[in-house]
Write a protein that binds this ligand. Structure first.
Ligand SMILES: CC(=O)N[C@H]1[C@@H](OP(=O)(O)OP(=O)(O)OC[C@H]2O[C@@H](n3ccc(=O)[nH]c3=O)[C@H](O)[C@@H]2O)O[C@H](CO)[C@@H](O)[C@@H]1O[C@H](C)C(=O)N[C@@H](C)C(=O)N[C@H](CCC(=O)O)C(=O)O
Ligand SMILES: Nc1ncnc2c1ncn2[C@@H]1O[C@H](COP(=O)(O)OP(=O)(O)OP(=O)(O)O)[C@@H](O)[C@H]1O
Ligand SMILES: N[C@H](CCC[C@H](N)C(=O)O)C(=O)O
Ligand SMILES: [Mg+2]
Length: 488
């Protein structure tokens, strides 16, 4: 596409250069720029992309989009805009020919349960033979093939390119997690969602959003972005958790039609008579048309919420209820979410991704419900992340466990001992043990466990690394626990 044609989609830009070069790719990283690239300079949190424009040109870039004149660049056209990040979302959408308008696209937001709900939705579509796409914390999947992602919700350029790939691979239905960071940073600008799903809203990420109100507003952008119905497209739908007060705010922010789900409050889609056991969860699903018995392998009341969200989204996508229920009953789980480590031992070991106060409380509450023996928890809090959740998580760990072990979970550039001190500040009159090294902590828990005890190893779930300083070291809770059980 000619640079002029592409850039003309922006309502305001300046250039002194001819814009007749052919653009064959858009890049935001000088290291991936090459012949034919339009390199877009983004001022990041770590470095300023403008400082890499020269490198991009040396690599062959055909043009530059920047927020200021670049005197060192005279061999290729430089186009100036007010906001390169916002412009990038527009240009990527145009360049890849508005890929999300050709997909049935579902966005899932909320503090906890995004990955789980997205996996459930994808599985329901896949089981009906649909070609599917999914983007989230664990990976991006296109028709079942996994691709690496570095963010739960990647940058607009990555997203639009990924959706184009989905178009090329004839994907019909796609689901993605939409993080509050992504909404705030405009990564999902230009994504044409058909359905937006809200899971729940509790404390997390206050390092970034500073307060709960700002965090809530960021999540609300997904529902605001859903907008109105317009000619030729299906109705836009917001699916809201009636039991969570944040839904009331999101309701005000969207012009879309609303479907609610819930357990406590009267909702369009409901679950009643919930029975949680160590083996699964049974409940009655109530829709506006019928009642159905559902028997899940997933455990916990929180899983019922995720299932209700997935049922709502797929029902409204035209999937028959019996087909949805069949998938829900077969799903064994999502990697690293309440995943058991079974080496034939006489006690239970569960690896879970709970890394917020609310998710930890839910996870431990569920474990307590079916625990016969002691509950032993291994819990840590991430470094360079929300400090205020540390004392809360520690308090929950001690209140819901017979033995709570505090350890490290990706300390990143912080001192691990300082993170553990922040955690300990939240504990009142309760016993706990501090073992800084995560492997030692898991070994200790496994050696302590007796018949019928349950160990919950929280925080890292599917992660296969431990970040200490800037080093990313191999570490997988599931493998480490299996080794500890083997050694015992
Ligand atoms: C704070 C934050 O969100 N940072 C994101 C941001 O990084 P950054 O601003 O530091 O980027 P930078 O390194 O300064 O680079 C600026 C520009 O220079 C370019 N560059 C850089 C180096 C070079 O040699 N050449 C070059 O052109 C870069 O490509 C970029 O365009 O842009 C990167 C590329 O898109 C992201 O991967 C990165 O996410 C980091 C890894 C991160 O940890 N983000 C977290 C906070 C986050 O977004 N989390 C949410 C999930 C939360 C949840 O669900 O719990 C998420 O959606 O992932
Ligand atoms: N609906 C829910 N309500 C509360 N807690 C939940 C819910 N679903 C899952 N959890 C807990 O939260 C943890 C993380 O779940 P999941 O990965 O699905 O959430 P997420 O929103 O994708 O998280 P992230 O923001 O890190 O991507 C799970 O391991 C479980 O302990
Ligand atoms: N998306 C979350 C994941 C946290 C996982 C936990 N293991 C940690 O590192 O804090 C974050 O980046 O805050
Ligand atoms: Mg996730």
């Amino acid at each position: 596409m000619e640079l002029k044609t592409l850039v003309n989609h922006l309502i305001n830009y300046k250039t002194d250069d001819e814009m007749n070069v052919e653009i064959t790719s858009i890049e935001m990283d000088s290291r991936t720029a090459g012949p034919g690239s339009l390199f877009v300079c983004i001022e990041g949190y770590t470095v300023d992309g403008h400082d890499y424009a020269r490198q991009a040109v040396e690599n062959g870039a055909a043009a530059i989009l920047a927020e200021k004149p670049l005197e060192e660049i005279d061999s290729v056209p430089v186009v100036i805009v007010n906001d390169t990040k916002r412009s990038l979302a527009v240009l990527a959408n145009v360049f890849y020919d508005h890929p999300t308008t050709k997909l049935h696209l579902i966005g899932v937001t909320g503090t906890n349960g995004k990955t789980t709900t997205s996996h459930l939705i994808e599985q329901i579509f896949a089981d009906t033979g649909k070609r599917t796409g999914m983007i989230g914390t664990i990976d991006m999947k296109i028709n079942g093939v996994s691709h690496k992602v570095t963010n739960t919700t990647p940058e607009s350029l990555f997203l639009q390119k990924a959706f184009k790939e989905m178009n090329d691979q004839k994907v019909e239905a796609a689901v993605m997690e939409v993080s509050s960071h992504a909404l705030d940073m405009g990564r999902v600008r230009g994504c044409d969602y058909d359905i937006a799903v809200f899971t729940n809203f509790t404390q997390d990420h206050l390092d970034y959003h500073k307060d709960m109100e700002t965090y809530l507003r960021a999540k609300g952008l997904l529902f605001a972005q859903l907008g109105n119905t317009y000619a030729g497209k299906k109705e836009k739908i917001a699916i809201l958790n009636r039991d969570d007060n944040a839904s009331k705010e999101f309701e005000k922010m969207t012009a879309a039609q609303i479907l609610t789900y819930g357990i406590e409050q009267k909702s369009d889609i409901m679950a009643k008579d919930i029975k949680v056991t160590g083996k699964g969860t049974n409940f009655t699903l109530v829709t506006p048309f019928e009642e159905k018995q559902v028997s899940l392998k997933l455990v916990g009341k929180f899983s019922v919420y995720n299932v209700l969200a997935a049922v709502s989204a797929t029902l409204l996508s035209g999937i028959p209820i019996d087909s949805i229920i069949r998938t829900m009953e077969n799903v064994k789980g999502v990697p690293g979410r309440f995943e058991t480590v079974d080496e034939g031992q006489s006690f239970t070991v569960i690896v879970d991704y709970a890394h917020t106060p609310d998710s930890l409380e839910n996870a431990l509450d569920t474990v307590k419900e079916f625990a016969v023996g002691k509950v032993i928890s291994v819990v840590g809090c991430g470094g360079d992340r929300d400090r205020t959740k540390r004392p809360l998580m520690a308090k929950i760990a001690t209140e819901y466990s017979d033995i709570a072990i505090f350890t490290s979970d990706n300390p990143r550039t912080e001192d691990p001992e300082a993170i553990l001190k922040d955690m300990q500040a939240g504990v009142e009159d309760r016993e706990y043990k501090v073992i800084t090294d995560r492997r030692d902590a898991i070994n200790y828990a496994v050696n302590l466990a007796e018949e019928n005890d349950i160990i919950l190893i929280a925080g890292k779930g599917h992660e296969t690394y431990q970040i200490i300083g800037k080093d990313v070291l191999d570490f997988d809770d599931r493998k480490v626990a299996a080794e500890a059980i083997g050694a015992k």
